[in-house]
Design a protein around this ligand. Sequence first.
Ligand code: CMX
Length: 438
Amino acid sequence: MNYVDPLKKKFAEKSEQLRTELRATLKEKGNTKIDEVSFAQVVGGMRGVKSMIWETSQLDPVEGIRFRGYSIPELRELLPKRGDDKEPLPEGLFWLMMVGELPTDEQAKWLSDQWVQRVNLPEHIIKVIEALPIDTHPMTQFSAAIMSMQQSSVFARRYNEGMSKSEYWDATYEDSMNLIARLPRVAAYIYRRIYFKGEHIAPDFSLDWGGNFAHMLGIKGDDFKSLMRLYLTIHADHEGGNASAHTTHLVGSTLSDPYLAFSAAMNALAGPLHGLANQEVIKWIYKMCDALGTSNPSKEQIADYVNTTLAAGLVIPGYGHAVLRQPDPRFVAQKKFAEEYISDSDVINVVWRVYEVVPDILKSLGKVKNPWPNVDAHSGALLVHYGLNQFSFYTVLFGVSRALGVLSSLCWSRALGLPLERPKSVTTEWLLAQVKDQ
Ligand code: CMX
């Protein structure tokens, strides 16, 4: 097939190679054991069970995330940037995740332009958003808006027309590109609708994807644009087992189109143990400051408040992780950003002081496997610093970024011909019987 689209052309070549290798190995060595599953893993949310393919990133418990082999500090260095900006363009990360090669500046610029060309929002999406009560959580508005775009799905239309299996990835790619192009506009629309009486800001198509998003939100200044580029890069992917990624994969495996799969993923991201933790962290910090009557609490005061939170049977939001066993490199990248760009901020100082206090307390509980901060522990304080202080919107920002990883992975799942996902469940009675005499 002769593709004009350079990303699609490269993807077609790479995925064909891998698909051929995977198919041949499956035929020859399909029964080879890869892993074993313990009783604890079955009860405990399948932690560590190796059971799905995810090309775009890999998570090491100690080292943290690598996107196609590159760590976050490496990507901050190596991905294309806009002009003199020090932060990477998320466009570059998407290219990297899709084809496993760092893009040139021209290739990243090509993606920025592509997403401008694909940004057109169907009229009815606005009506769908406007029909929801204004106090509907922004994530619900976001998910509903994404669902409503399903009507324009290329995959769904071509499937109905009898598309061959070999074309599934192509239609998935078209939907993914259109959806990614539109998400910042949808998200900014929801933001301005809820918090600024519907005073919307027209896009500036001379800007890149993240810069234009920052512009449409209405937060001024180049530093905020830089933050958005970094934010949208580091939140994009965290291998396949996390709830939003896995949801995309699971729903997509039924051949639901990317709109349906991604909307479902956003419903998973909206849970407080996952993406909603970014709003919970900042709410918790302000609640603590209110309770203590200071915006500058001491370590001792923070320790007391942490103990009160735990005693109430609550978790400390922004701490812990299902896989990580060290401070999250995404937390570290945001801390570095704050150190480089922001001279003094009360709320950021509190986040850093919480970081000095919480790990020891969580360790002392003896049950928390990872006492360190995750990505959500820092993001809110940076956003507050730049004036984005509508906490309930934070998970939408996470969602816009997450589209890059999970949709590029969905393209891979379709290209590799991965089947309907259908693991085996067991009853508790059966499970208990397996270990009874051991
Ligand atoms: N505060 C208090 N207790 C915590 C804790 C925290 N931050 N993190 C874990 N624990 C507790 C668990 O609730 C569990 O307690 P029980 O045995 O009484 O149920 C125990 O420690 C063991 O949990 P774990 O194996 O260490 O952690 P899990 O893999 O089960 O859960 C996570 C991981 C992220 C859900 C958990 O650490 C948590 O609830 N953290 C706070 C919420 C949060 O920050 N989520 C965001 C994660 C990143 C993201 O997806 O965006």
